[in-house]
Design a protein around this ligand. Sequence first.
Ligand code: GUN
Ligand code: ZN
Length: 430
Amino acid sequence: MQAFRASLFDFIDDPYTSSGQSYRYFKDGLLIVEDGLVTSCGEYSALENTLPENTEIVDYSGYLIMPGFIDTHLHYPQTDIIASHGAQLLDWLERYTFPTEKRFSDPSIARETAEFFVQELLRNGTTSAMVFATVHAQSVDAIFNAASKQNMRLISGKVMMDRHAPEYLCDTPESSYDDSMNLINKWHNHGRLLYAVTPRFAPTSSEQQLKVAQQLVNEFPDVYLQSHVAENPGEVEWVSKLFPWSRSYLDVYDHFGLLGNRSVYAHCIYLDETDRDCLARSGTAVSFCPTSNLFLGSGLFDMKSTLEHGLRLSIGTDVGGGTSFSMLKTLHEAYKVNQMKGFNMSPFQAIYMATLGGAKSLYLDDKLGNFEVGKEADFIVVDKNATPLMKRRMEHAENLEDELFALMILGDDRNIKATHIMGECCYERT
Ligand code: GUN
Ligand code: ZN
């Protein structure tokens, strides 16, 4: 049994749809964990005397404990090309992404990068993520091995792409089926790990390969599916030429049965009402990737419309098209994108998306996302006063909402004092 004393904050409902209060806040709180799962969360004064005698209380007084961040879209092999200058999506893929992903045919490069990547997630307070690997099966082994050393709940999969990419990165419909199936059998539900069928995006898969992806999700109904959609105008135009029969870009995936529960699509910028209805009806989740969308000049995501359609919405850093591993920085950019669209995103809505909303998008809200009894105790210890400016600003905060807003606008990895996975501390800022 473990007990942690601090201010505690989590969500019990979606602030957008909730009629009452969607969050819980205990200024002097106690979080109790047994065998890695939450057993209680509440006021310190009410819970302290329920602890068995001699239980050591880890004292994080003065800090804020909240659920770990859930990043629903990023690419571990792109760690080394983060912040690469001067290109939009399709050129950026050719110039930076494909050459760096080629290196992952070398298992030692994959292993070393995956280890670094997992450390970087933890340093930024991200405890779960949905992650692209490369086309190489061993790149998936590398990221799952690195995550499993930390006992992280992580979802990943082998990229499927059989056209419109350099030959050295192309698989075939048959090899992508065989490799994906072997990886599912090896890794899906291995500890906390989960597998995602991963067609890169419609332009790099033949229709035959999209059918193979469909076959995989049909044969293994509880695996995930991750891909990109409607990110960039040049890409949207290309898809309309490659699939002239399609009503829209999203319609290509719908046609091949690739929407549904446990499907997660990054970007979703160039959608219309029919597309959003289709996402809602099918239970497909959307990953909003603001730093990437701004950095690659892709466009401004319409969050208001996404909420109005009742879609499952979460946040992705999309490293290396995205420019930061920090979910706080990513929420900051999300706020600015919404400002440009005339929508004032509340800090509650933002942090919900990065925690319980992320869990809901991944259909893992029975296991992750808040401190309800029985949930997996993945949490972070936040230092709101990590810099002189942050400390000064917090002294002028009017209430909790204002504090959280200042945290997400000024915050980054410096605010993450510690990260705990299933109760165990796996990162502490020195
Ligand atoms: N679309 C297809 N591949 C990619 C990728 O690696 N990054 C982003 N941002 N978009 C993509
Ligand atoms: Zn991406």
